[in-house]
Design a protein around this ligand. Structure first.
Ligand SMILES: Cc1ncc(COP(=O)(O)O)c(C=O)c1O
Length: 384
């Protein structure tokens, strides 16, 4: 049996051909493939603007900078997410304001969010993660945006291709900026890579300039010389190469195929795990389409003779890697130092963390392998 990870890319011959073609070109970075990929992403996600960058983390950092968040600005975020969103807030000198998750879709608890928004005028924005591929309650989040005049960022790194009311443009529609990641475990890949999608011209212009050192290039016929440029902002090198973008465009053509397979696998897991009280399967929300970046299963270990360490060990023996998404950010040593957390502030987060196990889910995972995983669960938990 080959190694089964919780996620994995799928690369075919057309992907290889497209990448190789670009490698023959004179420009392998800052060329037309980047523009083409941006155009394809704009079309797919129904976005006015797009900036393709070197990673999802770079996208989040550039957005935080474009919003001009700074000292004393508080930005609401979730402890159950990848650290990049939190780092983006801290990198620009603003303060992360962690809010507990809800135990339905594992995104932010919006009642708690509203309590904070009512009391604290320093809250400038919210970064919402569409955890595991499940879109958050964006209709309610949008109402909060209007009522409390806050900026919204959708950390959509898990949810590429998810939909609300059959619309994959929901992420751009309901937030001010959307950040994507094309890491190999994500729905589509460019190796490393990411993108910002937005309908806001200022966010677009600022992010695209800061993607490349803050350099503004002047037109060819400017009064000084061809190639003259000026720097007015402290930027970064967050560029993505043309061959990565060629891979991205090629992968984007297959996105429905990739996500539909993930949905079939999720259904097989649902059918099995929903039969037993010790498991809680991810929610299925009406009119929401989940791209299933992850399949987060909650296991009531207290009602079993097994703990998570033993479970992982038994799977590892079979070359199956289970994962936990995530070790809560508020329990990490670095953030404990930066933010003074109150005791028992994140009850749902901790409850979720103790139970969560991410099962393998990716395009190439075969029905036989899914059954093998299910059989192993049957065996270790002694299920019928
Ligand atoms: C929710 C979330 N945000 C941000 C990122 C960062 O993306 P990248 O790895 O492309 O920097 C990830 C990647 O794992 C993620 O899962």
């Amino acid at each position: 049996m080959k190694l089964i990870n919780y996620g994995k890319q799928y690369i075919d011959n057309s992907d290889r051909k497209n990448v190789l073609k670009v490698l023959e070109k004179s420009k392998i970075t800052q060329g037309e493939e980047v523009l083409k990929f941006e155009k394809n992403l704009k079309k797919y996600f129904k976005s006015k603007y797009c900036v393709a960058v070197s990673s999802g983390s770079a996208a989040l950092h550039l957005v935080a900078k474009a919003f001009n968040w700074k000292k004393n600005d508080k930005i609401i975020c979730s402890p159950i997410t990848f650290i990049s969103a939190i780092n983006a807030i801290i990198h620009v000198g603003a303060k992360p304001l962690f809010v507990d998750i809800n135990l339905y879709d594992y995104s932010l608890d919006l009642d708690l969010v509203e309590q904070k928004l009512k009391k604290d005028k320093k809250i400038k924005a919210m970064i919402v993660t569409d955890y595991a591929g499940q879109p958050s309650d964006w209709l309610r989040i949008n109402k909060l945006k209007k009522k409390y005049n806050i900026q919204l960022v959708n950390d959509n790194c898990h949810a590429i291709g998810s939909k609300i009311n059959n619309d994959q443009g929901y992420a751009v529609k309901f937030s001010d900026a959307v950040c994507l990641s094309f890491h190999p475990v994500k729905a589509i890949t460019t190796g490393e890579g990411g993108a910002i999608l937005t309908n806001n011209m200022q966010i677009y212009q600022n992010s695209s300039v800061n993607r490349s050192h803050g350099i503004i290039r002047y037109p060819k016929n400017n009064k000084k010389f061809n190639g003259y440029y000026e720097v007015k902002e402290l930027g970064y090198n967050y560029r993505i190469t043309d061959f990565q973008c060629a891979l991205g465009s090629s992968q984007l053509k297959k996105i429905s195929k990739f996500i539909n397979r993930r949905n079939i696998i999720a259904k097989k897991y649902d059918e099995f795990f929903s039969k037993y009280k010790i498991f809680k399967i991810p929610p299925r929300k009406e009119n929401y389409f989940n791209s299933y970046h992850l399949y987060p299963l909650l296991i009531d270990f207290k009602k079993t003779k097994l703990d998570r360490r033993k479970l992982f060990k038994s799977f590892l023996k079979l070359k199956i890697i289970l994962q936990v998404h995530y070790v809560p950010v508020n329990t990490q040593p670095l953030y404990k130092e930066i933010v003074k957390f109150k005791k028992n502030e994140f009850k749902s987060t901790i409850y979720f963390y103790k139970k969560e196990v991410s099962l393998p889910i990716y395009y190439e995972l075969t029905n036989k392998e899914v059954q093998f995983i299910i059989n192993q669960f049957k065996k270790v938990f002694k299920l019928k």
